[in-house]
Every structure is written in structure tokens, then in C-alpha cells.
Design a binder for this molecule. Sequence first.
Ligand SMILES: [Zn+2]
Length: 181
Amino acid sequence: MKHRHSMKVIGWTGLKSITRRCVCGHEVSRPMTKREIWARKKADLSDEVESQRQNRVCHEFDRTFRVLENRPVTIGGKKVKSLVDTGWKYEGYEFMSRVRKWAKKYPNDVYICGIDDAHFASSDIVFILHRPSPKRIWGTTVIVITQCDGKPPKEFFMYPGHASGILETLQEIGKLKSRFP
Ligand SMILES: [Zn+2]
């Protein structure tokens, strides 16, 4: 059908060319203008700032509690040195105590709940929020630190959708009566 193309930007090749496409599939690439390059650089910068902000607390957690080693890794066929997470500096009770102390600095970003490990020893589940702004969340890093089972801490990541699913389940469980009044 004959129509007037309605071109929308669909991508960039580095800072060189810009590609626009119409819903009909008609596509045009052309070199970026100085102004577009400037706008693109600015957008990249603000993405970088947002990423730094939302991962700030987690990055500090990493630096404080993970063993990070500079190791050679292969990226795109090239050997480069990169910081690799090779384990935890602490585990069990010592880790729990250190994290509780550290978490006091971040009352709005780090939450700790009590659980028991397989030996019924008090243990912690630590939630570290990735928040780009006070009212928004990107996801949550969760670390389970058991006290007495000799197993290393285990971590997982939740997007808000995962958190909602877990929350629904916990609410169902929470409605049940305890055997012990
Ligand atoms: Zn078109």
C-alpha cells in the first residue's frame, strides 16, 4: 500500500551511522550528525550513571565480602585481565555478623531476615536492592548465609516479578495457623 513512511530510529552502529525504519520495513541508514553523536554520548553517559547508581550498594558488598582476583579471561578472542569473583571471604557466623554490621549503613537498600539452616541453627537471608532511584527497583541480589552446615553462602537474583511470585507464596503460607500457639 502506498503511504508516507513514518521512520523511527531502530539503532546505531557505534557513533557512526543511524538506522531508521518504517513499520512497512523500509529502512534507511545514514551517517550520524554531530548533534546526534552528542545526544548519543549523553544518553550513554546517563545509562552509565544509572547503572552505577543502581548497583552501588551491591558493588560495595562485592568489594567487602567477595574474593575478587585479577585473572586472564578471553573476551571476543582476546586475552584480557578481568576481576573475577572466586568465592567468599567469610562464611557462617562470622559472615553473618559482618554483614549485619555493614548493612546498618544501608537501611533502605539492605534487608536481613532470619531463617534456620538444615541443622536448625539461626541463619540469615540478605536482600540487597538494586535501585536506580529511591522509588524504583531493578532487582534484588539475595544471599543465604547458613551458620553451621559448613556450606558456602549461596546467592540468587530476583527481578520484581520473581519477588511478587515469592511474596504471593509467602502470603499463602502466612495465612496458615502455626502448630505452636
Ligand atoms: Zn513505510
